[in-house]
Write a protein that binds this ligand. Sequence first.
Ligand code: NAP
Length: 249
Amino acid sequence: MINIELVGKSALVTGSGGGIGKATALELAEAGADVIICDINKEAAEATAEEIFTMGRKSRAFTVDVSDAIQVQEMVKAVIADFNKIDILVNNAGITRDGLLIRMKEENWDKVLSVNLKSVYLVTKAVSRYMLKARSGRIVNIASVIGLIGNAGQANYAASKAGVIGFTKSIAREFSSRNITVNAIAPGFIRTAMTDALSDEVKSQMLESIPLGCFGEPSDVANVVHFLVSGMARYLTGQVIHVDGGMVM
Ligand code: NAP
């Protein structure tokens, strides 16, 4: 039987100060990986790293804006100096700045595209140098069902997540000969700070569109990340896995 333990692996998870990113970082650490935490929120990043450290794994927190090329390059250099390698990359950091197109400010378009999509290009490019040399790696990008079906009031977010899916498939093809798999997860409605901000009315409308009849938890996404970065998913690349209680099928 193939093991899903990750002992000896080092994983970088962006946006891992809270929500899905934090649950993923803890899940990978639980499976034995050393986990590098990266978040724009310093206190949150340090708190996650501390939790991982108390689990007996190596960890380090970086306060980084993943849409800033220089900050990303410096972080990856420091990670390699400290951890020697990055076996697993989870591009998770993301934001929303919702509004109908007619009222959407250009700065909210640019910000969402920058944090959700440009960051995936920047971090993947910086990390892949080392994965390509090692001829091994696992990359998981957190997209969204909104990137597949769209949503009124989320044109910027939907475009960014559709972009993440196109990027995932292209890079899966580019890296396949070097034993690097690249997959995406499209979560539906997961209970985090991002979705807590929605009104009760929107939440109950959402709930009606979920066949399994409940919202997802961050651990539901983290479990699928764990599977995708393990030996169990050796033969999977360029795929988009929906973790959405059946919302989109
Ligand atoms: P969350 O609870 O808001 O967590 C996102 C984390 O990323 C926060 O700690 C946030 O810090 C950090 N972050 C924001 N901008 C950043 C930047 N420029 N650089 C580095 N870190 C940054 O969100 P979540 O719900 O866990 O979402 C995680 C990912 O899943 C996102 O890509 C999101 O689009 C995707 N997703 C979520 C859902 C859902 O239902 N929750 C559904 C589909 C897809 P601050 O708190 O300081 O902003």
